[in-house]
Design a protein around this ligand. Structure first.
Ligand code: TRP
Length: 447
């Protein structure tokens, strides 16, 4: 076929697609946010609520993103308007904005993991990890890590789908899984591992309001599963094969959950075995970047090796997620006739600049996370569900049917995406997410 246009890129294998999608989902959100949020309110009840939410909302939305992506065979920014009609174009651009916004601060945190890895390698993490974190996380040091991380991300995206995204996932994800399991086994052998597990999973009801627990569960699900901004839609748009997309979504979502849960089994025993639990309350990043290395310090040089392994794992997790965030922006530009090289470098540079405020202020970073990483993702997820459930259902269903023969399963999915997901997300948005976001933005402007 000679249409004159460049052949659209595609994944080389099913494993490549699945690992890249898991790579997008498994990120910093799994490693620090999940277990911390569970420990803060609900423990095992939080975990169960989260799982129910993943099953009833996460997997149906992910299946929808996969179906629309494979159906469209082009960037969401273009496809949403083409399939849904002119009125829907803003949703496509909202996706691009989210990719841009999330990556700008995500890369700052990822930059800290580079610095920690290097310093652990040189046995140069000081005993005062609080002061050390302060120095690493704000100002010039933070900017350097952020720029370095963005440069690596841009470099991989430059190589395209098969040689960049897929190759990175095929190499980094297996290493990540090996590190994860090894650390979990090591953690289990610590003297106070039981106390750590209890702190992670004990249902401490009343410690936190129901509203906050729901806010955490919903926000965490969208962020962790990379939903609501067309990242997985973009990945599915590079699919040529006709596999069962419902099954793929289930595999990705459950693996993502498994990694988050296992990360909790690593982090909490370390923190509790070394008696640093009082610091955990300080902040989410505090648990990971201050308490954890502080605890491991008491092991001497051996501790440095654990710190190194742990932060390298974090770095890999962040990298495969960042790639998907940048790809959403890049693919939109490529579909508008810009070369991949110019798109990756140009968009990457702008995102790097946009991340500078987050590199200087954790307060700004936190507010950006609430606005883009929570609020806008749920807005995006809501409109995606409405679009698929009410406008594209026959098309999306036909696309799904290519690999998902069971009419019953597809009916169930259609019911959820049409009647369940939109009202649930709308209620959560209005009742919880908007007020929380408002508070976060106000906090940014109050001294
Ligand atoms: N899922 C990643 C994490 O848990 C972050 C991420 C990557 C993301 N791509 C995304 C979040 C797209 C939302 C949308 O850290």
């Amino acid at each position: 076929m000679t249409t004159g246009t460049v052949q659209r890129e595609a994944w080389g294998s099913r494993a490549g697609f699945i690992l890249a999608a898991i790579g997008s989902a498994v990120g910093l959100g799994n490693m620090w946010r999940f277990s911390y949020v569970a420990a803060q309110g609900g423990g095992i009840y939080f975990v169960l609520l989260y799982l129910i939410f993943v099953a009833a909302v996460g997997i149906p939305v992910m299946t929808s993103e996969f179906a629309v992506g494979r159906l469209a065979q082009e960037s969401p920014a273009k496809a949403i308007g083409r399939l849904g009609g002119k009125a829907w174009t803003p949703l496509g651009w909202l996706f691009v904005f989210c990719g841009f916004g999330i990556l700008s601060y995500y890369s700052v945190i990822a930059g800290w993991t580079i610095r920690y890895s290097f310093d652990a390698l040189r046995h140069a993490i000081p005993a005062d990890t609080g002061g050390y974190f302060q120095a690493v996380s704000t100002g010039t040091g933070s900017v350097v890590g952020h720029v370095l991380f963005m440069a690596i991300t841009i470099f991989i995206v430059l190589w395209g789908v098969r040689k960049g995204l897929e190759r990175a996932a095929l190499i980094l994800m297996p290493i990540l899984f090996i590190i994860l399991v090894s650390l979990a086994i090591w953690s289990a052998t610590l003297t106070n591992s039981g106390v750590g597990y209890a702190a992670f999973l004990n249902p401490e009801l009343g410690a936190i309001s129901v509203r906050s627990v729901i806010n955490n569960a919903v926000g965490q699900a969208f962020f962790s599963l990379s939903l609501g901004m067309g990242a997985l839609m973009t990945y599915a748009s590079y699919l040529k094969s006709q596999q069962n997309l419902g099954k793929e979504a289930t595999v990705v979502a459950l693996t993502d959950f498994g990694v988050a849960f296992t990360a909790g089994l690593i982090v909490f025993p370390i923190i509790y075995s070394f008696g640093l639990s009082d610091q955990v309350g300080l902040s989410m990043v505090g648990a990971l970047f201050i308490s954890l290395p502080a605890g491991l310090q008491s092991l001497g040089q051996a501790g440095d090796w654990v710190v190194l392994t742990f932060f390298v794992m974090l770095f890999f997790a962040a990298l495969t997620s960042a790639i998907s965030l940048l790809e959403v922006v890049v693919t939109a530009l490529v579909d508008h006739g810009i070369s991949r090289r110019v798109a990756a470098i140009g968009a990457g540079l702008v995102i790097t600049l946009a991340g500078i405020p987050s590199a200087f202020s954790i307060k700004f970073l936190t507010a950006a996370d609430q606005v883009v990483g929570n609020f806008l993702l749920i807005v995006g997820g809501f409109f995606t569900a409405v679009l698929v459930g009410w406008k594209l259902l026959p098309l999306a269903d036909a696309e799904l049917a290519k690999g998902l023969a069971s009419e019953k399963v597809r009916k169930g999915w259609a019911m959820l995406i049409r009647y369940f997901v939109p009202p649930v997300l709308l209620i959560v948005l209005v009742w919880i997410i908007i007020p929380e976001t408002w508070d976060a933005v106000r906090a940014l402007f109050s001294p």
